[in-house]
Design a protein around this ligand. Sequence first.
Ligand SMILES: [Zn+2]
Length: 268
Amino acid sequence: MESSRKNEISKGKIQELIEGYAKELLRFLESSSNTIVLTGAGVSTDSGIPDFRSSDGLYSIYDPNRVFDIEYFLTTPSYFYDFARKEILKMISAKPSATHYMLAELEKRGFLKAVITQNIDLLHQKAGSKNVIELHGNVKEAYCLECKTKYDFLKLLRSDDPIPRCEKCGGLIKPNIVFFGESLPENALNKAFLLAKMCDLIIVMGSSLVVHPAASLPLYAVENGAKLLIINKGETPLDHISMRKYECNLKMFSEVVINFLNRKDEND
Ligand SMILES: [Zn+2]
């Protein structure tokens, strides 16, 4: 009895805290003219997609340092394709979380210029976000490493070929996902840094900001005069230069923001 009452009290306190955060976020958005968001794996864990880079969780049977290592892929592509056939096909049937929907809604209402993401799961687009910059590529496209012919990666995964080869030249086909040991797509990176330079508010969501150069974006934005808001469970190396840090559950937070937006509509 006693402990369940305690639980209820702390639940109420958490709700109150999150409502405070959500109200403040809306104030920040209203007073900013150019807001961008940087998202990491944490926004997709609520959709059932575990952090690729963490060694525990669903991917424990595959070593993420091997699955996404370009050198290893070139010598042993079967390791990646075995993983992809199970996990990437599962990933593309995932549904957006409250956070994805909230960000799409904020863009629709003119509060948000762009979402820059480290995720490859296409969930921002599925939720309705239009301006999405993918720093690590995505799971939709693939290309031949020899002749650069493009392929539909998901079609390849659904085919019987254990290791699909290029129809034209027999070359190895690699998805448009950035592997460890590869550089980031120049076009996306340039766009992201330009957005970071122009914005006056950058919000980091669900990223521990340890993977570079993605993690240098908020720093670059701050150096160019932007305010930084971090919404993440767990410390980040940029906490000390952020204007505010919300240490909370992203799903709960996003649901409260969506509720506030809907309530606002009713009152208008
Ligand atoms: Zn080819």
